[in-house]
Write a protein that binds this ligand. Sequence first.
Ligand code: ZN
Length: 160
Amino acid sequence: MGIRKILDDKDPALHKVCRPVEKFDAKLHKLLDDMAQTLEEANGVGLAAPQIGILRRVVIVDTGEGILELVNPELLETDGEQEGPEGCLSVPGRYGLVKRPYYAKVRAQDRDGNWFEAEGEELIGRCFCHELDHLDGILYTQVMERFLTEEELDEMSSDD
Ligand code: ZN
């Protein structure tokens, strides 16, 4: 187990389409464990394998209810719309204004290859879309409206 280095958006790994996971073996389990440690250390909400240089379709999210592991995730359904600040561990210190679906439902495999579905609204919906985009080499900075200033961020967080 170990904490991996999170690559920034200048790294080519973040701009490539990732390949599906085919083997649900000890190597995958180690990757997922390392990703969980790395996400916890970085105090983030989600992490995709390409962010640590592994070009495989693996993401983890933790929106406050524990780590959810998504292997080979696919977006099944989205609904509604939300617009708000979004950040990324690979774009440190900056936030953008990003429009996302309000609700998202995904299908994915767990670490042993069993298919399951997961769904959520608000932060979870946003997070699923953000992390799945990473697997196709897309960063939020490519889909955002614009970067937010510190003042705008302060105002947005005081609204909650
Ligand atoms: Zn990200």
